[in-house]
Ligand binder design. Structure first.
Ligand code: ACO
Length: 239
């Protein structure tokens, strides 16, 4: 059972405990960040946190979260920290948290997320739709967010037409629909392979043979599929 509540420093005991647990996770996962600074931002009343609570019969355990500052009038949030506890990393929780967070922000009319990403986490942020090429207009964020010496400025556009709560299923359905459509457009036929004597195989493997258009187009099905040696070489160049 997983829950994604949003808490801030509102004095409620349960919320404060959970925020301290999140602070401890962040401090462990981002050891270069001073603990006092992390505590100050999490407890700052302009900041909020979306947590991941893993529920069991006996307790609710915080396993990660994202700390952010909303700038609702400018239509963006600044992500200050994001971390998942070590033993729960690379199990998909970071992605689930980000999708829940996007859906939550979408409802509030927020259009962008901005962050100074730790250089080790750039790969993760890219997979969540963040980019180092800015999409948010500069006048909306410049001078508003904190400036960090290390780290890379990244932003993410929240598309109002995407259902982020259901994005994995949506993508699976789109992939299946695309494959079905492709099957209808293309004619599939399995051709018999080349029948060659051992000696002939050796000879054909010679570079000058493989490079020849004649040998290439003699492979059954190649010409019918629209391929030729030139296209084949071009495809090698791109990959
Ligand atoms: N670098 C590159 N790719 C990554 C990283 C990383 N550091 N972490 C995860 N990924 C990839 C995963 O392999 C996965 O790829 P796939 O979808 O192709 O399989 C994808 O990102 C999603 O992985 P999740 O399992 O959903 O991510 P996870 O639960 O591990 O959370 C996080 C990612 C938050 C970065 C976590 O690893 C973490 O807490 N790291 C340490 C703290 C940290 O670096 N936080 C970010 C600092 S920047 C900031 O706070 C603004």
């Amino acid at each position: 059972m997983i829950d994604f509540p949003v808490y801030k420093n509102d004095g409620a005991k349960e919320h404060m405990r959970a925020l301290i647990d999140l602070k401890n996770i962040i401090a462990k996962q981002l050891p270069k960040m001073p603990k006092e600074y992390i505590t100050r931002l999490i407890m700052d009343r302009k900041h909020e946190s979306m947590l991941i609570l893993k529920k069991s019969d006996t307790q609710n355990k915080v396993i990660g979260g994202v700390v952010y500052r909303p700038f609702e009038e400018n239509g963006f949030v600044e992500i200050a920290f994001l971390a998942i506890t070590a033993i729960e990393q690379v199990k998909g929780y970071g992605t689930r948290l980000m999708n829940k967070f996007k859906a939550y922000l979408q409802k509030k009319g927020i259009k962008y997320m901005v962050t100074y990403a730790d250089n080790n986490a750039i790969g993760y942020f890219k997979k969540q739709g963040f980019s180092t090429i800015p999409r948010i207009p500069k006048h909306l964020w410049y001078g508003y967010i904190k400036d960090y010496e290390s780290g890379t400025l990244m932003d993410c556009y929240l598309n109002p037409d995407i259902d982020y709560n259901n994005i994995s299923n949506e993508l699976k359905k789109q992939k299946a629909a695309l494959l079905e459509a492709l099957k209808k457009c293309y004619h599939f036929e399995i051709y018999k392979g080349l029948e060659l004597e051992q000696k002939e195989v050796k000879r054909k493997r010679k570079e000058e043979d493989l490079e020849s258009e004649k040998v290439f187009s003699s492979i059954p099905g190649i010409a019918e599929s629209g391929w030729n040696l030139q296209l084949y070489k071009k495809s090698l160049y791109f990959y």
